[in-house]
Design a binder for this molecule. Structure first.
Ligand SMILES: [Zn+2]
Length: 476
C-alpha cells in the first residue's frame, strides 16, 4: 500500500566519541582493540572511594564540537548521574548532563538549502560492553570502554525522509572530523545513532507517538531502519490503530525492526547532580578562544573553491570530502594557477594513488608543489598529457621535481622549430610518394605525415607544431 499520505518525522541522537588519549574521568587509555579489561582502574571499575577527575581535553573537544555545530555554549553546565542497572555499568549510573547541558540551540545545513536544528549537545561517559558467547552460553563484560568521553547530539524532529537523515549524519560527521574532535569511525563504534521516528498526515502539525530505534551502526542501516519503521507506523495508522511508544532494534541481517521488549517502558533515570563533580564553569574568554580557532568548514570551503577556482559543485563536493585532500588540492590549485586542471589531477591520479582508503596528507605520494610544476609543464606545451602521467608515476615512486624527471627520461616535448623541421624534412625525403601527393593537394595525407614525424621523434615532438609545419608545405 502506498504511504504517500503520510510524512516521516525523525529526530536523531548521535553519540560521538571524543578523540582524547585518556578517559573522561580517569587516566586509562581509550585505545581500541586492546585485550578485555586491560584499560581499567579503580575509577572506571567503580571501586568504593574512587573519585572522578574531569579530563580538560575532553572539555576542550566538547566545546569545539558544540561551537562547530553552531551551538551556544553554557558557561556553567552540570554533570548529573543517570541511574540504571545494566551488567556493563559497574557504578550503577552513567555520568551525563541533564537539565544544564554544555551546548544548545545549534543547526546543521544540509547543502540543499535545508537546515536541521540541534536541540542540545551534552557530555557523558560511555558504558562498558557485554560480549555474548553463544557457544559457552555466557555473557562476559569488557570495561575498556567504560568512562570513554562522548558527546550526545540531539536534533530537533525536523528530518523528513530517510535520505535527509543520511544527509544530516554525513554533514554532522564531516563537521566533527574537520573540527578534529573525533574520528567518527562507525566501525570502531565512535559514532552511534539512535533514531526517533513517527508518521503523520501531510499538513498535520502535532507530533504522533514515536518509537526509538537503538544503536544503528551505519548510515545505510539508519536509512533502511527508518523506511521499515515508517511503513509500519503508516500501516498501524491506516488500520485505525495506535502506535505504542517503545524501543526497537534493527536486525540488519533479516532487514527487520522489532521490539526490544524492554520492561522499562517509561525510563525513570532519577537524574540528580553528581555530588563528586563540581559544576563545569567555562570563562567567556575560554569559549571565545576556541571559537576563534575553528577551521573553515566544508560547506563554506565548497562555495569559496567554486568561486576562486571555477570548479563545479560536484567537483567541490569530492575535493572537500576529506580534510587532507582538500588542503592538498588548494595548494596545487593556487601554485599551478589552474584550479580546473588541478581538480582533474587530484580527483583522478591523486585519489587513485591513495586508493588504500587512508586519505591522509602523508599518504599522498606526490608533493603538491611537484604536481603544480607538472601541470605547468603541460599547459606550457613542454610535456604531453600522456608523458605527464608517466612523470606523475615516477614522482610517486621517487619524489623530486617534475622537470628534472622529464628531462632525465627524455619525455620533454620538443617544440624547437629547428629540430622539428629537420624531422619533417627527413620524413618527406624518406616517403617521396606521400610527400609528392600531399604537396600536390592531397590534404588528407597530413595526418599520416604527422604520425610519421611523431614516430621518428619517439613521441617527443609537439604534435600541434608538427602539424603546423607540415601544413605549410601543402599545395607547394
Ligand atoms: Zn580508569
Amino acid at each position: 500500500m502506498s504511504h504517500d499520505r503520510y510524512e516521516m518525522v525523525v529526530g536523531l541522537e548521535v553519540h560521538v566519541q571524543l578523540r582524547t588519549r585518556t578517559k573522561a574521568f580517569c587516566r586509562c587509555a581509550t585505545s581500541f582493540g586492546d585485550a578485555p579489561n586491560q584499560n581499567t582502574c579503580p575509577v572506571c571499575l567503580a571501586l568504593p572511594g574512587a573519585l572522578p577527575v574531569l579530563n580538560s581535553r575532553a572539555v576542550e573537544y566538547a566545546t569545539r564540537a558544540g561551537l562547530s555545530l553552531g551551538c551556544a555554549i553554557r558557561e556553567r553546565s552540570v554533570f548529573a548521574r543517570k541511574n540504571y542497572f545494566y551488567p556493563d555499568l559497574p557504578k550503577g549510573y552513567q555520568i551525563s548532563q541533564f537539565d544544564k547541558p554544555l551546548a544548545e540551540h545549534g543547526s546543521v545545513a544540509l547543502g540543499d538549502g535545508r537546515t536541521i536544528g540541534i536541540t542540545r549537545m551534552h557530555m557523558e561517559e560511555d558504558a562498558g560492553k557485554s560480549v555474548h558467547d553463544r557457544f559457552a552460553g555466557v555473557t562476559a563484560i569488557d570495561l575498556n570502554r567504560a568512562g570513554t568521553p562522548l558527546v550526545e547530539i540531539v536534533s530537533e524532529p525536523e528530518i523528513r525522509s530517510s535520505r535527509e537523515a543520511g544527509a544530516y549524519l554525513k554533514a554532522v560527521r564531516e563537521i566533527l572530523v574537520y573540527a578534529d574532535v573525533s574520528d567518527c569511525s562507525m566501525e570502531e563504534g565512535s559514532l552511534r545513532v539512535d533514531a526517533n521516528v513517527s508518521a503523520r498526515l501531510h499538513g498535520e502539525t502535532a507530533l504522533r507517538t514515536r518509537t526509538e530505534i537503538k544503536n544503528l551502526n551505519s548510515f545505510s542501516n539508519v536509512e533502511r531502519a527508518l523506511e521499515i519503521e515508517f511503513a509500519r507506523h503508516c500501516a498501524v495508522h491506516d488500520a485505525g490503530g495506535n502506535v505504542r511508544q517503545e524501543t526497537m532494534l534493527f536486525d540488519a541481517n533479516r532487514n527487520e525492526v522489532r521490539s526490544a521488549r524492554s520492561k522499562e517502558e517509561s525510563h525513570d533515570y532519577r537524574y540528580f547532580p553528581d555530588p563528586d563533580l563540581p559544576p563545569l564553569v567555562l570563562t567567556a574568554q575560554y569559549i571565545d578562544d576556541i571559537r576563534n580557532a575553528l577551521p573553515e568548514f566544508p560547506a563554506a570551503r565548497r562555495v569559496r573553491f567554486m568561486r576562486a577556482f571555477g570548479i563545479t559543485a560536484t567537483e567541490a563536493e569530492v575535493l572537500t570530502a576529506d580534510r587532507d585532500i582538500c588542503s592538498y588540492y588548494e595548494t596545487v590549485a593556487t601554485a599551478s594557477n589552474d584550479g580546473k586542471v588541478a581538480a582533474h589531477w587530484v580527483m583522478g591520479e591523486v585519489l587513485a594513488a591513495c586508493n588504500d582508503g587512508a586519505m591522509v596528507a602523508s599518504a599522498i605520494p606526490v608533493a603538491p608543489q611537484a604536481l603544480a610544476e607538472l601541470i605547468g609543464l603541460v599547459s606550457a606545451g613542454t610535456l604531453s598529457n600522456s608523458a605527464a602521467k608517466t612523470v606523475f608515476a615516477m614522482l610517486a615512486k621517487e619524489g623530486g621535481s617534475a622537470r628534472t624527471i622529464a628531462e632525465r627520461d627524455g619525455l620533454l616535448q620538443i617544440g624547437d622549430d629547428g629540430a622539428l623541421r629537420a624531422w619533417v624534412d627527413e620524413v618527406f625525403r624518406e616517403n617521396p610518394d606521400e610527400a609528392t601527393r600531399f604537396s600536390g593537394g592531397e590534404r588528407k595525407l597530413q595526418g599520416v605525415l604527422v604520425g610519421l614525424v611523431m614516430k621518428k621523434s619517439k613521441g617527443s615532438a609537439d604534435p600541434k607544431k608538427v602539424s603546423q609545419l607540415i601544413g605549410e608545405r601543402a599545395g607547394k
